[in-house]
Structure formats: structure tokens, C-alpha cells
Design a binder for this molecule. Structure first.
Ligand code: DQA
Length: 144
């Protein structure tokens, strides 16, 4: 089964971006960890990143039209994009919100997620491990 891992703005810069907050694993490393674990779970994982809100929304439409499960790290879109939220709400398959950091332990503006209410659940605060837990959650949801 195909699964999309969708990453919003600045996540393509993983590894060099604020490593004290987001870790030193590169974006390429993230892609590798997700596709490898996908293989173990029997999931064909495709990982994408965009800095563009419209592109993220179109990918969510694509997932809705094809009933593709999604692990979504909306990056900063999490906190203000009703467009991304409304696109995620159209999902026809499981969708898990993912964050590397724990937004609740950070600045006030990160405490709100406009996406959380339309996701099955959220995994946050475990670095790249958040993505692995999200993929395991998707695998479980798909099995049920
Ligand atoms: C993030 C948390 C967001 O607050 C931030 O804007 C990001 C990354 C995370 O994965 O921890 O870009 O989604």
C-alpha cells in the first residue's frame, strides 16, 4: 500500500536548519529512514517536501482522490493555514500529524495546531522517531 509523507516549509533543510532544535539528520536521511521502515511495514512510502502552501494543498487533494494514507508535517503551516487544514479534512484514508519537536514546549504561537482536529492523531517531540511512530500508527490504522 502506498503512503505519502508530506513535509511543509523549511523541512527540506533538515540537518542544517537549527540542529539544536531539529537534530543533525539530513532531509535525505529522513527520506531513507521513512522508506526503510515503510519496507519493513509493507508500505510503499513516498516522501515529499515543499515550501509552497498551494503545492501542499494539491498533494492533499491527490491523497484524498486516491485514498492514500498520509503522515503530514505541515511545518509552520500547522499554526495558521486553514487552507492546509481544509485540504487535510477531505482525507479519505488515515492521516497522522507529525512534528520533530514538541511544539507545546516551545513558543506560544506553536501551541495551536489548526490541523490537529482533522488528523487521526499527532506524534510530536521524538525527532525523526516521530515519523517512525507515525508510520507505525498508519500501519496499525490500515490493519484495523
Ligand atoms: C515543526 C514544528 C513547527 O512549529 C515548525 O514551524 C516547523 C517544524 C516540527 O516538525 O517540529 O517547521 O513542524
Amino acid at each position: 500500500r502506498e503512503v505519502l509523507v508530506l513535509n511543509g516549509p523549511n523541512l527540506g533543510r533538515l540537518g542544517s536548519r537549527e540542529p539544536d532544535v531539529y537534530g543533525t539528520t539530513s532531509y535525505a536521511g529522513l527520506v531513507r529512514r521513512c522508506t526503510e521502515l515503510g519496507g519493513e511495514l509493507g508500505l510503499a512510502v513516498e516522501v515529499r517536501e515543499t515550501n509552497d502552501e498551494g503545492e501542499m494543498i494539491r498533494w492533499l487533494h491527490e491523497a484524498a482522490d486516491r485514498a492514500t494514507p498520509v503522515a503530514l508535517n505541515p511545518g509552520a503551516f500547522t499554526h495558521y493555514s486553514y487552507g492546509v487544514r481544509d485540504a487535510a479534512a477531505q482525507r479519505t484514508a488515515p492521516l497522522v500529524e507529525v512534528h520533530l519537536s514538541n511544539p507545546h514546549a516551545r513558543e506560544e504561537f506553536r501551541h495551536t495546531s489548526v490541523v490537529a482536529a482533522v488528523a487521526d492523531g499527532t506524534v510530536a517531540g521524538f525527532g525523526i522517531g516521530s515519523y517512525e511512530l507515525a508510520l507505525r500508527a498508519l500501519a496499525d490504522l490500515l490493519r484495523d
